[in-house]
Design a protein around this ligand. Structure first.
Ligand code: SF4
Ligand code: SF4
Length: 189
């Protein structure tokens, strides 16, 4: 369901500056053509579509965006970024909104997706890749959907789709990348 952005709210230009400097993307270049929203596979579920997210940033509507469901419903497929005639990496911008929402300790509008996201990132940091069985277990426990997909486990294990033992590969490289990103973010302030 679509939600109207209240344009009468006070613009916070610091928010626009922050997102632009954090992502390196020129949000002000967006001329609202709507190609991003038209190609987005999850736009129909979003309370604020990608085009309107961009407009919201231009207007400094920080709270509306960081508390929206849309930033959690984006699956980072990059379709919007590829379609944008202004070459704005919208997927990257939305990822930065998710990160900002987390760093400000906001209550995610889509709690289960936020838990899934955090469990995914933890797995990648620790193993350098996804260990599916651990990932599923972590998600079920944290989301309190304890028995979610449990009936599928025997067939997934028997067909070799899930492994009991995790494979740790590339974890040190992932750690180095994460440390480098943190360092760059620290330098940017
Ligand atoms: S496709 Fe690009 S220019 Fe068009 S609305 Fe989306 S972000 Fe703006
Ligand atoms: S990256 Fe996110 S916003 Fe962009 S098209 Fe994919 S799901 Fe939609």
């Amino acid at each position: 369901m679509s939600q109207q952005i209240a344009i009468s709210l006070k613009p916070d230009n610091q928010f626009l500056s922050f997102v632009q400097s954090h992502t390196g993307e020129s949000i002000t270049a967006c001329y609202q053509c709507g190609k991003c929203s038209a190609g987005c596979p999850t736009a129909y579920t979003m309370d604020i579509t990608p085009r309107r997210i961009m407009r919201g940033i231009q207007l400094g509507l920080k709270d509306e965006l960081l508390d929206s469901s849309a930033i959690w419903l984006c699956v980072s497929c990059q379709t919007c970024s590829l379609r944008c005639p202004r070459e704005i990496d919208i997927a990257k911008v939305i990822e930065s909104l998710r990160q900002l929402s987390i760093s400000e300790g906001r209550r995610p509008a889509q709690k289960d997706i936020a838990i899934l996201y955090s469990a995914f990132m933890q797995q990648v940091r620790f193993f350098g890749r996804i260990y599916e069985a651990g990932f599923g277990l972590m998600y079920n426990l944290r989301s309190l959907h304890i028995f979610n997909n449990m009936l599928r486990l025997p067939s997934l294990f028997s067909r070799g789709k899930l492994k009991l033992k995790p494979v740790r590969k590339g974890a040190s490289e992932v750690k180095q990348i994460a440390a480098r990103v943190k360092e760059l973010e620290r330098k940017k302030g």
